[in-house]
Design a protein around this ligand. Structure first.
Ligand code: HEM
Length: 516
């Protein structure tokens, strides 16, 4: 890059087709050749307020800052304006956002929190850098080509035990070196887990995010908590190391939240040594590439969870959903699949307990991600509203936009506070206490997250206008959010079911003596 210095007078002389310079943020770009390849057309550069002039404001009205970071455009720089310095900061891997409400308050200057200690803070810093450098570039590329994550990403996640940490605190972490030793396995708690899951969604690429082993997060716990010792010894290392993949296969075309009504059957073979499984499963995240499936089956006396390996009779087919194929969402067919009875997870006919046992944790994880995605959208809205000019003012200069942002921020901050409070309770409660006292609040938290996502998506689209329905450029993250947020109100228990559960749990605590 040349660092030649020019006065504004010098620059203004380069204002004709064939010799055309513009200034963006004090840097001088020679667009003489580029203008004919410019996606926004050549004519924009010939405008008398652009040719040989400072086009910073016009540029940021129409482009994301990342455009200027691309090597092919950096090469257009021929110098810098005399006595001027760039103002725009290019985000560097690991950076915290300086945009108001762009970070939860515990990461913002001057604020305090009772929940986060030094190891939570160190893990956040480490994780931010890891996501920015390893995951985000892959997320953006895979969302474009629709393929699943690059194996290299999962291998690196395994190397630093991110896969294991995503399952939450527990014995499975013992003996592992977590994030280069930043956290000791016995110290790892639900707040650490929350930190990881909030960082993991900051790239905003929803289909990829689910593709990046969401199946493992919900599909491995039944093996971890209910599998035989032999099964655990074999399956857990393979999955946590990223060599093999697993997904949770419960929902069917016939039954979603109503898990007791599944139709996939498992019948014992005559010698009693095998299950014979028949049926179908639908909407199975990561199913297209999974090697193992934790499958909910109807058995003689109820429901049984069985670990099925990808063997004869198992076939998976990609379902085209409103998000990208990177998630590997599958329709699965089990056709006389023979599975050793040793693959039973938990008690025979007691599968409901196995499924329910992870529901609170699973919903906590979903709420964690959802709250962070909402904040990501708000940050995008703040930036856009600050740089977009309409009717002679920035969008932020318009009361109607400020009112929308106010509502979004208030909701996001309430959710973050509630989430942290619940996460903290989880660090203090036994599993049994969590089931008793937190099932209701977690259900209500997740319900509220998806209600807020709904209103935030709506407001964000109104703020971004047409760009919010365009998959590239300024509004690409809003387009993605608006297209995919609805998944959350269905998975892990629908919004309505969770609201009902939350109040039913409260009803149990209702004192018989209470009267108005
Ligand atoms: C070095 C200077 C510039 C570069 C490298 C550049 C690059 C790009 C790129 C890559 C796009 C595709 C959309 C995106 O990815 O954001 C684009 C779109 C566009 N650009 Fe530029 N551009 C430059 C300067 C300008 C200037 C000065 C103007 C207007 C005064 C302008 C007007 C437009 C318009 C109108 C679009 C279409 C935007 C849309 O569809 O929303 N560009 N430009």
């Amino acid at each position: 890059m040349s660092t030649k210095i020019y006065s504004r007078d010098d620059i203004s002389k380069h204002n004709t087709k064939g010799d055309l310079w513009i200034v963006i943020d004090s840097m001088i770009y020679d667009v003489s050749k580029f203008m004919n390849m410019h996606p926004g057309g050549a004519s924009v550069f010939l405008d008398e307020e652009v040719a040989g002039q400072d086009a910073t404001e016009q540029f940021f009205n129409l482009h994301r800052v990342e455009v200027l970071q691309k090597p092919q455009y950096k090469r257009l720089i021929v110098g810098q304006v005399e006595n001027e310095k760039p103002i725009v900061k290019f985000p560097q891997p690991g950076d915290l956002s300086e945009v108001p409400y762009g970070e939860p308050s515990w990461l913002s200057k001057a604020y305090h929190s009772p929940y986060y200690n030094d190891s939570h803070k160190a893990l956040q810093k480490w994780m931010r850098k890891f996501v920015d450098t390893v995951i985000t570039p892959d997320a953006i590329a895979r969302e474009k080509d629709g393929k699943r994550f690059s194996d290299d990403v999962v291998k690196k996640m395994a190397q630093y035990e991110i896969n294991a940490m995503r399952l939450g605190p527990g014995k499975h972490l013992h003996g592992r070196t977590l994030a280069e030793g930043i956290v000791k396995p016995e110290e790892f708690d639900y707040i650490h887990e929350m930190v990881i899951n909030q960082e993991l969604v900051r790239h905003g690429q929803r289909g990829y995010g689910d593709g990046l082993l969401a199946g493992m997060v919900i599909g491995l716990p039944p093996v971890l908590n209910f599998g035989s010792e032999e099964l655990k010894k074999r399956i857990i290392p393979e999955v946590l190391s990223g060599e093999k993949f697993i997904s949770l296969a419960i929902s069917e075309a016939f039954a979603g939240s109503d898990v007791a009504n599944l139709r996939t059957t498992a019948k014992k073979s005559e010698d009693g040594k095998h299950w014979i499984i028949n049926g179908t499963k639908k909407w199975i995240t990561n199913g297209t590439f999974s090697d193992y499936f934790s499958v909910g089956c109807k058995t003689e006396g109820g429901l049984t969870m069985i670990l099925v390996e990808r063997t004869e009779g198992v076939s998976t087919e990609q379902i085209k959903t409103s998000y990208s194929t990177t998630a590997g969402t599958a329709f699965i067919t089990f056709d006389d699949v023979k599975v050793p009875v040793e693959n039973t997870l938990g008690p025979e006919d007691g599968g409901l307990l196995v499924i329910l046992s992870n529901f609170n944790h699973e919903r906590f994880v979903m709420a964690t991600a959802s709250v962070r995605s909402i904040r990501f959208v708000i940050e995008e809205c703040f930036k856009w509203a600050n740089q977009r000019k309409v009717f002679g003012k920035t969008l932020l200069g318009q009361p109607v936009i400020r009112y929308k942002l106010a509502g979004m921020v208030a909701k996001a901050e309430s959710l973050q506070a509630w989430l942290e409070y619940i996460g903290f309770q989880m660090t203090k409660m036994s599993y049994k206490e969590q089931s008793r006292y937190l099932a209701g609040p977690i259900a209500l938290l997740k319900m509220q997250c998806t209600r807020v996502e709904n209103s935030v998506a709506d407001d964000a689209v109104q703020i971004f206008g047409g760009r919010a329905i365009t998959q590239t450029g300024m509004g690409r993250n809003i387009e993605m959010f608006n297209r995919t947020y609805k998944f959350n109100s269905l998975l892990g228990g629908s919004e309505e079911i969770l609201g009902d559960l939350g109040i039913r749990q409260a009803m149990r605590q209702m004192p018989k003596s209470a009267r108005l």
